[in-house]
Design a protein around this ligand. Structure first.
Ligand SMILES: CC(=O)SCCNC(=O)CCNC(=O)[C@H](O)C(C)(C)COP(=O)(O)OP(=O)(O)OC[C@H]1O[C@@H](n2cnc3c(N)ncnc32)[C@H](O)[C@@H]1OP(=O)(O)O
Length: 212
């Protein structure tokens, strides 16, 4: 079994551990987080260091997964991912045994599919994404890098989601829609039109928030 180090010891990390244990392909060695958390444990796994330790850890036989969450900013996850790539680290891709994934779909490295995710035929998902519990990605959807599709969101057929996009829980994206990079779609939104300029969009039908 391969040995895995997780980066980020918050709530999202707990959900990742749940999936990694169910998948049973990686042994978790420990977690990296902020210095003041070193020595604590999360679900029984030790917090063994910080991301400053990555240069030495990546010289050893470990795989890595970013388990930091992502809601209003993709920046921390993206920068950690770029750091792993620059160190030429092996980056895990995790797919829950309870996800349904078409053999005609492709999932890039660093991405995690939580329990009960559905990914239909013709879908392409980029690197370092979170497909959270129960989201539904329909046929021929393209999702870029560093995106988070939250719990129970529905992405209908032929949707194009650029890099660094966040889609909130329970959002519904109409088929054929394109969403610009770095956009945030709020929880429960129903998006019926293309988004060409990034911002924060909420409601049904979704509109740009005043401060977004
Ligand atoms: C496993 C997991 O936990 S995965 C994580 C899943 N989490 C989510 O899906 C939550 C996604 N986040 C949201 O929906 C947030 O509310 C955001 C990002 C859209 C906006 O957050 P903020 O910028 O902090 O907005 P804020 O809370 O200040 O609200 C501003 C206004 O927008 C409204 N608003 C905020 N979010 C929404 C929403 N999703 N739908 C409708 N209206 C909303 C608020 O009611 C408020 O209205 P008001 O000015 O009339 O009082």
């Amino acid at each position: 079994m391969k040995t895995l180090i997780l980066i980020g010891a918050g709530g999202h990390c707990k959900s990742c551990i749940e999936v990694i244990e169910a998948q049973d392909q990686y042994q978790i060695k420990g977690i990296l987080d902020l210095q003041h958390k070193v020595g604590e444990t999360l679900l029984g796994y030790p917090i063994i260091g910080t991301d400053d330790d990555l240069p030495s850890l990546t010289k050893q036989e470990y795989h890595f997964l970013i388990t930091l969450g992502q809601i209003k900013s993709f920046a921390a996850r993206k920068s950690l991912y770029q750091k792993l790539k620059s160190l030429d680290a092996p980056i895990a891709t995790i797919i829950s045994p309870h996800a349904i994934v078409s053999k005609y779909a492709s999932i890039a490295q660093g991405t995690i599919l939580m329990h009960h995710v559905k990914v239909n035929a013709g879908v392409q998902i980029g690197e370092n994404c979170i497909l959270n519990t129960g989201c539904n990605i329909e046929h021929d959807v393209n999702i870029g890098h560093h995106c988070h599709i939250s719990t129970q969101a529905v992405i209908n057929g032929d949707v194009n989601i650029a890099d660094e996009v966040f889609i909130g829980s329970g959002a519904i994206i109409r088929n054929g829609i394109s969403i610009a990079a770095s956009t945030i779609i709020g929880a429960g939104a129903v998006l019926l039109q293309n988004i060409d300029e990034p911002g924060i969009f909420v409601g049904n039908p979704s509109k740009r928030m005043k401060h977004g």
